[in-house]
Design a protein. Sequence first.
Lengths: 292, 322
Amino acid sequence: MSISDWFKARESRRYTALDGDALARAEVPDGVWTKCSACKKIVYDGQLVENVRVCPHCGHHFAMCAAERVDLLADPGTFAEFDSRVSSADPLGFTGAKPYVESLDAAREQCAMPEAVVCGRAEIASHPVVLGVMDFRFIGASMGSAVGEKITRAFETAIAERRAVVLVTSSGGARMQEGMLSLMQMAKTAAAARRLAEERLPYVSVLANPTMGGVTASFAVLADVIFAEPGALVGFAGPRVIEQTIKQHLPKGFQSAEYLLDHGMVDDVVPRGQLTARVGLVLDYLAGGERR
Amino acid sequence: MTRRYVMEFERPLAELETKLEELRRLDLAQNPELVHEVDELTAEIERLRESTYGTLSAWEKVQVSRHPDRPKTQDYIETLCTDVIELHGDRAFGDDEAIVAALATIGGVRTVVLGHRKGKDTRENIKRNFGMVHPEGFRKAIRAMHLAERFGLPIVTFIDTPGAYPGIEAEERGQAWAIAEALSVLSGVQVPVVCVGIGEGGSGGALAIGFGDRLIMLENSYYSVISPEACASILHKDAGKAAEMAGCLALTAEDLVELGIVDEVVPEPLGGAHRDPGAVMSAVRERVLGALGALAAAEPAAIAERRYERLRRIGVIAGDVG
Ligand SMILES: [Zn+2]
């Protein structure tokens, strides 16, 4: 399913659209609920959808799928996906506990998308952008050749069409099933991000839960302005690896968005409800760069 | 007799070699019947050496790459370079000994040399954190990259790290940010960049100084997205499957030539570079000078442009309609 199919499906499911007009239309069957993983309170799905997947009781930010992300950030009706068919091959014939091709098939089926990132042209606060969103459900949105290629093309398209880039990241890191081809995507995407910067085109990244490893250590943090979502886990090494290495427990809140803010690593922690407006405002400020 | 480090797969060979040494210490003139035995054992050792080292599996190569006696970055610098001026510190936090940056001359060519730096013994290894870099190490490297570009000096790097250090302070000081910045700067510097994989190429920590216009790897070095052990514990919940995972990850120099990532492989003496460091180092010197020579004539902007195109080609995808 392409993302445009998703939008059609959303209409028929009366799923969510998050501009004020569409909120009134959102209808979810009564009585479907989720238990908040943070406060353990019951949240009705209707409430959750209205509240951009943020717990109304405690502010916990639930995961969002790629389509919901697009819906949240893009001006209504402006998103047009590109490179929608770029997806992973299995260049190494990799077999771990299960063959990589099986993991790919399962992810494609579960997420109804061919790869872990969706990229397209869009407008945010009327600014022309390339918007890319990662979907953690798809093999932990790990970066293999296809994700690296799509992110690289996102920067290149933005350069060719004089657009800003807005990326929402969420990833476990490099996709080990593609070996060094995955690792090299870090250099490739970092190089593409650098080219965008040289063109004085703005790049805003939003670090969503979790953003780790090779994605953090490449394009995700090379943005002009970096926002993180509340409570998002962001870092290079995973907490378990660190614990095993240093043989001690990690402090509470370690690698959280708030911790990163304290340590000077992100520009701000922005609650999801304010995210779109905040990104739009940054674009207002930075859009003039290339005219200098 | 000096005790040497024995890798798991060479244990049968090591046992025979010990036996031969013991025989040789006996007075052969007094025991003429032993002369024949020594000859036989010598021949047997030769045969076993060939079958032990002739074709190493990926996991065996990983073990060779980690051999404590394997030549290290500092050995290459000492042997290959003259007029060395080491550059310490990141100008912000401290000096990370797990990475070395230096102005150095190789075969008459003035360069900036960067390398991961493991120790030669435990004491040194503790000081250098076993070659596992903290953010300030990457930031020192970035500083040296800028210096190289500003003054038109080519960059030569030696890759030998298990990976970037996974620790609380490393995260606190922005490990991911430092690596990302190194990737960005290295991708764009308008001077030639020649990289040599001499031992371990562990993930992002290796990549931060581990790509450029030419990537040369020693036959028994490895370069991988993840260590075979970590890969095994994630995918199999069993680090004991590391040997199997090493075979799956396509991490040897030979594999990486096939994937279009590595340009040249430097053969090693039978058993590994530590068996004849001098020969390996002079081969590396030749390859590095060859690469620098080939890149020397290019225009600065063209170098960076070609490096981008080189990176751009890496990856295998499906479903592309152009
Ligand atoms: Zn809650």
